[in-house]
Design a protein around this ligand. Structure first.
Ligand code: SF4
Length: 283
């Protein structure tokens, strides 16, 4: 194959700011999107690694149908590279890492969600890995779940282009969006883009219930000054947006000790200067 024909078969993915240039037969950085030779396809569509009926508080969502349950599903793949990933077994994995995946069509998932109504289920949560690297599955399921009169919950790192968000937002009722820290520098370390995430949060908060999560990692984002800046910025959108400040534990590539409880409490105090609803998680 000549250089010219190689270049012709390379396609750019426009789902997230990485804009991966993917050669024919290759996968993007998230390991979930594939150049099939003609177009980029969502290779993890309907291929689930996890399915569970979780309390809504576990997403975490503290102020959206408290006490209810939500049928939670995840696939594989993610577009960030956090060394402390708490779900790395699926987020940092590719399809061939799994012996078995649950093949569940949108119709089947919606039927399962309806079937679990008597157990307190309010709908479907797209979670565990980064759901938006497979946004087509989220969109197709969410349309059916809404048509069945149930709710859709999205748990995301907010690292997606605006056209992806606009396509799914009409069907999403609540989101928990990770805000990994409050600087360009932190996002660069994790392979993300700070501005993309801020724009994602601002746009989402206009049209659906939004809660935010910041996982506090020692030495990365544990300064009260940064937390004050973060809380001021969130309050500029809406001071009633709930913020979950969660505790890191050693995982994946990071062995640093778990975050001190005293640090967690001081960050909560700093955030509460500007925000009305701040919750500590994993303490
Ligand atoms: S969604 Fe995946 S393939 Fe597409 S640009 Fe982002 S990391 Fe690359």
């Amino acid at each position: 194959m000549t250089d010219e024909s190689l270049n012709k078969s390379t396609i750019t993915c426009d789902v997230c700011p990485h804009h991966c240039q993917i050669p024919a037969g290759g996968y993007g950085r998230c390991r979930a999107r594939l150049n099939d030779g003609e177009k980029i396809i969502c290779a993890n569509y309907g291929k689930l690694t996890s399915i569970a009926l979780d309390p809504i508080e576990k997403k975490p969502l503290a102020c959206f149908h408290p006490g209810s349950k939500v049928l939670s599903v995840g696939s594989y793949g993610c577009n960030l590279s956090c060394p402390f990933c708490q779900n790395y077994e699926i987020a940092a994995a590719k399809e061939s890492d799994f012996h078995r995946l649950y093949e569940i069509s949108p119709e089947k998932l919606c039927a399962l969600a309806v079937q679990e109504k008597p157990s307190g289920n309010i709908g479907v949560a797209y979670t565990y890995n980064e759901a938006l690297v497979g946004y087509e599955y989220v969109r197709d399921c969410a349309m059916l779940v809404h048509a069945a009169g149930m709710k859709n919950v999205l748990v995301t790192n907010g690292t997606a282009e605006m056209h992806v968000l606009e396509e799914i937002l009409p069907y999403i009722d609540a989101m928990n969006i990770d805000l990994k820290g409050f600087s360009d520098d932190i996002y660069k370390k994790l392979g993300g883009d700070f501005e993309t995430v801020r724009n994602f949060i601002k746009r989402s908060a206009k049209d659906c219930h939004v809660e935010l999560t910041t996982l506090i990692v020692p030495g990365l984002n544990d300064s009260p000054e940064d937390m004050k800046k973060e809380a001021e910025w969130i309050a500029g959108i809406d001071p009633a947006i709930p913020l979950h400040i969660t505790r890191y534990f050693p995982r994946y590539k990071m062995n640093e000790r778990a975050t001190d409880i005293a640090v967690m409490e001081s960050l909560k105090t700093a955030a509460e200067e500007n925000l009305k609803r701040v919750f500590l998680g994993n303490v």
